[in-house]
Design a protein around this ligand. Sequence first.
Ligand code: ADP
Ligand code: MG
Length: 287
Amino acid sequence: SIPLSFFGGIGGASRNGILIKGSNYLEALAQTEIVVFDKTGTLTKGVFNVQEIHAEQMPEQDLLELTAYAESYSNHPISLSLKRAYSKDIDNSRISDVEELSGFGVKATVDGKRVSAGNKKLMERLGIPCAADDLGGTVVHVAVDNSYAGYIVIADELKEDAIKAIRELKAANIRQTVMLTGDNESAAQKAAKALGLDKYYANLLPADKVARLEELYNEKTAKGKLAFIGDGINDAPVLARADIGIAMGGLGSDAAIEAADVVIMTDEPSKIASAIRVAKKTLGIAR
Ligand code: ADP
Ligand code: MG
């Protein structure tokens, strides 16, 4: 049977915006040793600002327009940010054959031209050589009809609360804090360093994130638990594989909230540290 105090712990957490879907997850939270974060939308705001537009064969505004059109059907934080940067209404009749490639980018036909927008891996897949990626931000490369058309450098900011989250996890004696991201090395390194994370892995596809998680399982003790926290965009497989899958409700998708073991109702990653504290306290009382 479940000790009565567990209900108090779960109830207290829920009043604090943390939904724990069962007493087994409360116990697991108390034994957390490794906390793994997704980057975009979890540690960062997920709101990108355009830093630079480099167009090869057209005015910069035209490249931004083609990209915003190609991105128009996606709900990825990058797409939403590029549509906001473009700022004009999108005429859907100019767009057809939209494809979203998780962890790569998007493709769409715009005004009869095939437009692909995404990372270096997407360009490699298309066999299109592209510029270096170490531009200090997230780089969206654009190809039009199979030739390189330029890139847009965008940058996201860390959440204030992410700094607090890492600090509080360290204070709670969490063995390792780790970030997994599909973003490029330079953007990942910058974020990891600013946050004081123990480890980070960049350039990961959703399947690579699962493989990294498997490796991290070897670094905890037998009874220790591993928690993954993400916003549910492109990270559902890792969310499912973690001992404790935590979705952030603020930005997260309904499917992610369904699949998660714990849901944070706000967009504050530091709530994971609160959840661990509540769990430890509750179990201390229960025993
Ligand atoms: P993260 O791991 O940081 O949450 P994602 O897995 O969602 O990021 O995406 C990984 C990378 O794939 C992004 O950094 C970007 O380079 C590329 N990408 C994904 N979706 C898009 C998109 N809609 N438009 C452009 N690039 C995208
Ligand atoms: Mg993500």
